[in-house]
Design a protein around this ligand. Structure first.
Ligand SMILES: NC(=O)C1=CN([C@@H]2O[C@H](COP(=O)(O)OP(=O)(O)OC[C@H]3O[C@@H](n4cnc5c(N)ncnc54)[C@H](O)[C@@H]3O)[C@@H](O)[C@H]2O)C=CC1
Ligand SMILES: O=C(O)[C@@H]1CCC=N1
Length: 276
C-alpha cells in the first residue's frame, strides 16, 4: 500500500465499528503518524498498543495536535455534543471521515465550518476481519490525495467504493451497513427451523452457521451470480424447490420482506440525517 498517513489519526469513538476499523489500520501500518483514540471507556483493547494513545474526552486532546484525519465513529445521536471539540481542526489539511448513519455532509459542514474537508462513509462490521465493504462520498473540499488516503484506510478493512451522489448512502446504510445483521438473523432462524424439524440444537446451529458462511464464500469465489448458484442447488422435483416455493412466495416471501426491510432502514437513515 503506497498511501500512508504522516500525521496523527484521531479516532472519536472506539466501539464496535471504530474498533473494528482500527484493528485493520494497526495491522496494515497505514496510520504512520500514530493514532489518538478519544473514548470515555478508555478503549482498553487498544491502550498500550504501539503508536496508540487514548484520551477520555475531546477536550483532553493536546493543544498542538495537528491531525491528518479525524474519524467520527460515535452514535449519530452523540455527534452534536462533541463536534465543537473538533472544529479547531477544520481546514484544508484535516479530513473528517464520518461513519455515522444518517449524518450528512451538510450537517458536518454546518457544525465544523463550510471549509471543512468531509468524507461520509458507511462501512460494516466484517471490517473486523478485513472483509468489510465501505461506500464513501467526499465533499468538494477533499483533494484527490486526501480521497486516495481515505480509500486506502477503508481498503485496509475490506473493499471500498466511492460515490459522488451522497443520497445513495442512506440505501447503502440499509443494505450493507446493516446487512450483516440480516445475515446473522438468517443463521439464527435457519438453526431454529432445523430444531423445529427435529435436529439437536448444537448441530442445527453449526449447520446454519457453516452453510451461510460457506455459501457466502462460494458466491465470492464464483464467476456465477447468486441466482445461478441458487439454481445449482435446486434440483427439479427435489427438496430445495419446495423450500424456495415458500421463501419466494409472492406477497409475503423473502423478496417482498427484504424490500420492505431495506426501505424501512433507508427511511430511518434519512430521519437520523434530518435530526439536528
Ligand atoms: N455497528 C455497526 O454495524 C455499524 C455502525 N456504524 C456507525 O458507527 C457509529 C458507531 O457505532 P457502533 O460502533 O456500533 O457503536 P458503539 O456504541 O459500539 O461505539 C460508540 C463508541 O463511542 C464512544 N463514545 C461515546 N461518547 C463519546 C464521546 N463523547 N467521545 C468519544 N467517544 C464516545 C462509546 O464509548 C463507544 O465506545 C454509529 O454512528 C453507527 O451509525 C456504521 C456502520 C456499521
Ligand atoms: O443500525 C445502525 O444504525 C448502524 C448503521 C448501519 C449498521 N448499524
Amino acid at each position: 500500500m503506497s498511501e500512508r498517513l504522516e500525521r496523527p489519526l484521531v479516532l472519536v469513538g472506539c466501539g464496535k465499528m471504530g474498533g473494528a476499523m482500527l484493528e485493520g489500520w494497526l495491522s496494515s501500518g497505514i496510520a504512520g503518524g500514530g493514532v489518538v483514540i478519544v473514548d470515555p471507556t478508555g478503549a482498553k483493547a487498544f491502550d498500550g498498543r504501539s503508536g496508540v494513545s487514548v484520551v477520555a474526552d475531546g477536550k483532553d486532546l493536546p493543544g498542538d495536535l495537528n491531525p491528518e484525519f479525524v474519524v467520527l465513529a460515535v452514535k449519530p445521536q452523540q455527534m452534536d455534543g462533541l463536534l465543537p471539540d473538533y472544529s479547531r481542526f477544520a481546514g484544508p489539511d484535516c479530513v473528517f471521515l464520518s461513519i455515522a448513519a444518517g449524518k450528512t455532509i451538510d450537517y458536518f459542514e454546518s457544525h465544523l465550518g463550510r471549509e471543512a474537508v468531509v468524507i461520509r462513509a458507511m462501512p460494516n462490521t466484517p471490517a473486523a476481519i478485513g472483509q468489510g465493504i465501505t461506500v464513501a462520498c467526499p465533499n468538494a473540499h477533499a483533494s484527490s490525495a486526501q480521497s486516495a488516503i481515505a480509500e486506502a484506510l477503508l481498503r485496509a478493512v475490506g473493499e471500498a467504493v466511492s460515490v459522488d451522489d451522497e443520497s445513495l448512502i442512506d440505501a447503502v446504510t440499509a443494505l450493507s451497513g446493516g446487512g450483516p445483521a440480516y445475515t446473522f438473523l438468517l443463521m439464527e432462524v435457519m438453526a431454529k427451523a432445523g430444531v423445529a424439524a427435529g435436529l439437536p440444537d448444537d448441530l442445527a446451529a453449526r449447520l446454519a452457521l457453516v452453510t451461510v458462511a460457506g455459501a457466502g464464500q462460494l458466491a465470492l469465489a464464483s464467476d456465477e451470480p447468486p441466482a445461478t448458484l441458487r439454481e445449482n442447488v435446486t434440483s427439479p422435483g427435489g427438496t430445495t424447490l419446495e423450500a424456495l416455493k415458500v421463501l419466494m412466495r409472492d406477497g409475503d416471501g423473502l423478496p417482498d420482506l427484504m424490500v420492505e426491510a431495506i426501505a424501512a432502514a433507508t427511511r430511518r437513515s434519512r430521519e437520523l440525517g434530518a435530526k439536528e
